[in-house]
Design a protein around this ligand. Sequence first.
Ligand SMILES: [Zn+2]
Length: 98
Amino acid sequence: MNNSTPAKQQICPICDNAVQPMPRYPRYVCAACVALATDQHGRGVQFFNTGLMGTGCAGSYRADQAAYPSDQCWINGQRCCAKEARFGGIVIEVVDDE
Ligand SMILES: [Zn+2]
């Protein structure tokens, strides 16, 4: 827990647009950039909850809804990871490449 530096402002790490601050997800990607997510080969992918209560996280290809068996995606050349959000829905965060 770190409450000493409240995040009053937060930007999307991909496009630098202001996003709603979510201290829990400091590097989450804005909705406009999420719409650009692709697999490693440039095919558009999307992520969604698998449970009715907003739990679970699964991916599919946009083009044909085929299952995309990964939680990783690429946006603007940056590797990102999709995960189930704490209060439902999906968050995609940029992953730092080592
Ligand atoms: Zn963005």
